[in-house]
Design a binder for this molecule. Structure first.
Ligand SMILES: Nc1nc2c(ncn2[C@@H]2O[C@H](COP(=O)(O)OP(=O)(O)OP(=O)(O)O)[C@@H](O)[C@H]2O)c(=O)[nH]1
Ligand SMILES: [Mg+2]
Ligand SMILES: [Zn+2]
Length: 309
């Protein structure tokens, strides 16, 4: 029988069989071998074959994946972590304050989506909250920056309902992966999109304006209008796996058209003479924040144990 993985929390996995029944599930021993490479061999969105034994689904096969979102496990750079798989699109939730979302975090996730060809949008949440003047400007600037690069951007509030129906429209009939720092409002947004769901949410820690890691698992929920949304815990940094330094700039859409214009065709856009990417940064055609993320990711992937070039 085929089933869909709908919830994963460490080793605890739940699957939904074709007849709608939800089962706790165990993996057959041979998948444990994959744990040398992956933090966990399975993720929400996986299609699997199961056999029911004593009210537990035994997963006998993981069916081929259409796509996945993969990062380096922040706790173990020798391993990769599958964040989600078989998704139609992803949305990263962003807040300028409360909590503060670093741009390195935003750009890191966008790179993952570019790598695996997953359409991605940015949702700037909590539009109702009054911001300091600088943060207000920054929010507007970032909305425009990412829109100009070609990403879909939204401004939402679960309090005033701003932007909620626009986001919902895009999610109907699709499987969407949602992520963002703890406290950014992922579960709150899903609650607004699926009335009656009542996922747990919690206020930020007062002093630090950080989230409390309320959601500790990945889980898939169904929209009444059709479509599925995957809620996730507040993941930390997104460091791409399986990318070579020469490839990295191709995952920054605004850099792609410049790459061929560099003097050296193996230019890494660091300090080489005649670099068209750096020229575009100097002329404000490419945002310096994006270029800084590029450099940071470049040095990060070169320091990975898997880096051999
Ligand atoms: N004012 C305002 N507060 C919001 C909005 N969305 C979420 N919040 C608040 O932000 C806090 C965190 O929201 P959650 O939905 O728990 O955040 P999360 O991203 O799921 O966090 P984790 O599960 O820890 O990863 C809660 O106090 C929410 O009420 C919004 O649009 N406006
Ligand atoms: Mg949550
Ligand atoms: Zn260059």
């Amino acid at each position: 029988m085929e089933a869909l993985v709908i919830r994963t929390a460490g080793d605890h996995v739940h699957v939904q069989a074709e007849d709608g029944t939800i089962w706790p599930a165990n993996l057959r021993g041979r998948f444990r071998l994959e744990e040398n490479t992956f933090t966990a061999p399975i993720a929400v969105g996986d299609k699997v074959r199961i056999r029911i034994e004593e009210n537990v689904a035994l997963i006998t096969e993981i069916l081929p994946r259409r796509n996945w979102l993969l990062r380096i496990d922040p706790d173990n750079p020798y391993k990769k972590q599958i964040l989600g798989c078989n998704v139609d699109q992803a949305f990263l939730l962003v807040t300028v304050e409360a909590p503060f979302t670093p741009l390195r975090y935003v750009d890191g996730f966008l790179v993952l989506c570019e790598m695996y060809d997953i359409p991605v949008g940015l949702i700037f949440t909590k539009a109702d909250l009054p911001l300091k003047r600088n943060s207000q400007k920054k929010r507007a600037f970032l909305l425009e920056l990412y829109r100009s690069i070609g990403y879909r951007v939204f401004s939402t509030s679960v309090i005033t309902q701003e932007g909620i129906s626009a986001v919902k429209e895009l999610m109907i009939g699709k499987r969407s992966f949602i992520t963002g720092l703890s406290g950014v409002g992922k579960s709150s947004l899903i609650n607004a999109l699926i009335p009656g769901l009542n996922l747990a949410t919690q206020p930020l820690v007062k002093l630090t304006h950080r989230g409390r890691h309320t959601t500790t698992f990945c889980a898939l929920y169904t929209l009444p209008e059709g479509g599925e949304i995957i809620d996730s815990p507040g993941f930390g940094e997104f460091c791409p796996a399986d990318v070579s330094p020469a490839e990295l700039s191709h995952y920054f859409p605004e850099m792609r058209s410049k790459i061929g214009l560099c003097k050296f065709n193996d230019c890494l856009h660091i300090d080489e003479p005649g670099c068209a990417v750096r020229k575009a940064v100097e002329e404000n055609e490419i945002a310096s924040s994006r270029y800084h993320t590029y450099l940071a990711l470049l040095s990060e992937i070169r320091s990975l144990p898997s880096y051999t070039l």
